[in-house]
Design a protein around this ligand. Structure first.
Ligand code: NAD
Ligand code: 6OD
Length: 484
């Protein structure tokens, strides 16, 4: 059994209380995680403050950039360790983590270091009555000690997506990884030390939300800003905590994303894209598709092809190269997803495929396995069509007009992402612009350019990160006015 410690002020620290991290593959405990108490969170925040006022805050941008590049290189040098840790915590296929989670975990440091190095601020010349004039320029100062609260679905990727820009902007961080996925955040501490990141710049405290490290971080008066990824109702609690002291929040939250498939689409591309968006990472991607709207002339053909694709997916172990889908994160989440599988039947769905638990053999009977599942036939008001499930499942329904599908696709409290499949360019622009979401992909899905704004509309989020938008959140922009 591994021992997963907190990382405070550049050192690994044990806690009095511990909890078990269980394998999603078997349900057996694979690690003992040390749960930070209030005093340890205090110590992490103090260390972050000292590093902010000290070596990190005083370091030149060029040097900071160089060290963040060294962090990215350090992750790549220990790629296999990160890969093994991430797959042990999540059960996801190594083929997936090798191409997405770990490389993006490294890239998040390089890309944002380079953005900070290269993006200028504003400059204005101002006329004054005495004719001498003034100049104004924008100056970005760090926002301070940032609390980073992370989910379990893409642990290293989503944590570094916040920590990369936060550190590049000169801040220091206290990270609270998900209780389900503590390993890669802890391992990153070793890389930080090796890369010459001063103690206190990057701190990790383990634990849960309410009454534990999550609450201690978000309610701590020494934390100047909070960035969060997770469920909308957790985001609401964090927003309330942040209200004390009027601290800024960046919230990336839930989704119930719709794909819109027009009859003129590249059919094979739409099938391939929808299979990925519905089932990759066992459906545990916030951007994933859980509602598919297909134009009626190709509806039957689409349902049949998606069924064939889903049934061709191998549910299996991380190190099997043939595996396309692993288990869900935990037995608790399996219970939630299976309750929706049951509810779909009760609400009158036709189960096109799946709907249950695959037989993984006796050794893996304790794991959080579920079948990829497709339904048709539900009304738009069904809970299965309205609520985020966060599992490998989708409901497909037919539509007859652009107006109709836009009304249906937008009729949801969430507004994170959409994928639109069509060869008609004018329609692509029109529908993408009219979807009430933060991210609209046309003829693709989860195609990322880290310079672009990322975030959700409605209950899917507050704020945008990515590119200069991350700088907006992680810096305090001040205007310097100089009378000439
Ligand atoms: P979650 O909200 O349950 O937990 C996220 C983190 O918040 C965990 O570290 C948890 O310990 C912590 N937490 C819980 N309650 C807290 C509290 N009261 N105070 C402080 N911290 C608290 O989310 P999850 O189950 O880990 O992740 C799945 C959810 O995340 C889904 O809803 C998914 O859509 C969403 N998500 C959104 C995005 C996005 O970019 N919009 C990305 C990934 C995941
Ligand atoms: O790609 C990203 O930067 C990002 N934040 C992805 C989020 C995926 C949600 O599960």
């Amino acid at each position: 059994m591994k021992n997963i410690l907190n990382f405070i002020n550049g050192e690994y620290v044990a806690s009095e209380r511990q909890f078990d991290k269980k394998s999603p593959l078997t349900g057996a405990a694979i690690a003992t995680v040390h749960e930070a108490d209030k005093a340890q969170v205090d110590a992490a925040v103090s260390a972050a403050r000292a590093a902010l006022d000290g070596p990190w805050g005083q370091m030149s941008v060029a040097e900071r950039v160089e060290r963040l590049h060294a962090v990215a290189d350090g992750i790549n040098q220990r790629f296999d360790e990160f890969l093994a840790a991430e797959c042990a915590d999540t059960g996801k296929p190594m083929s997936l983590a090798r191409h997405i989670d770990i490389p993006r975990g490294a890239a998040n440091f390089k890309v944002f270091a380079d953005i900070v190095k290269n993006v200028p601020t504003e400059f204005f010349e101002t006329a004054t009555p005495d004719g001498r004039g003034a100049i104004n320029y924008g100056y970005r100062a760090p926002i301070g000690v940032v609390g980073v609260i992370c989910p379990w679905n893409l642990p290293l990727l989503l944590m570094t997506w916040k920590v990369g820009p936060a550190l590049a902007c000169g801040n220091t961080v206290v990270v609270k990884p998900s209780e389900e996925t503590p390993q890669t955040a802890a391992l990153l501490g070793e890389v930080m030390n090796a890369a010459g990141i001063p103690p206190g710049v990057y701190n990790v405290v383990h634990g849960f939300g309410p009454g534990s490290a999550g609450e201690f971080v978000t309610t701590h008066p020494g934390v100047d800003a909070i960035t969060f990824t997770g469920e909308t109702r957790t985001g609401e609690a964090i927003m309330k905590a942040a209200a004390h002291g009027a601290r800024p929040v960046s919230l990336e939250m839930g989704g119930k994303n719709a794909a819109i498939v027009f009859a003129d689409c590249d059919f094979d591309a739409a099938i391939e894209g929808t299979l990925r968006s519905a089932f990759v990472n066992c459906g545990q991607v916030c951007l994933g598709t859980e509602r598919v709207y297909v134009e009626r002339p190709i509806f039957d053909k689409f349902v049949a092809a998606l069924k064939l694709g889903a049934e061709g997916m191998k549910v299996g172990l991380p190190d099997d190269a043939a595996t396309s889908m692993g288990p869900l994160i935990s037995k608790e989440h399996q219970e939630k997803v299976l309750s929706y599988y049951q509810l779909a039947v009760e609400e009158g769905a036709t189960v096109i495929t799946g709907g249950g638990v695959p037989d993984m053999g006796a050794d893996y009977a304790g794991g959080a396995w579920v079948q990829p599942t497709i339904w048709t036939g539900l009304s738009e008001s069904a809970r299965v069509v309205k609520e985020e499930i966060f599992g490998p499942c989708c409901h497909i329904s037919p539509f007859d007009s652009e107006e109709e599908v836009l009304a249906k696709a937008n009729d949801n409290v969430y507004g994170l992402a959409t994928a639109i499949w069509t060869r008609d360019l004018a329609r692509a622009h029109r529908t993408a612009q009219r979807m009430k979401v933060g991210l609209a992909w046309v003829n693709s899905w989860f195609l990322r350019d880290l310079r672009t704004p990322f975030g959700g509309s409605k209950q899917s989020g507050i704020g945008r990160e990515g590119g200069v938008h991350s700088l907006e959140f992680y810096t305090d922009m001040k205007n310097v006015c100089i009378k000439l």
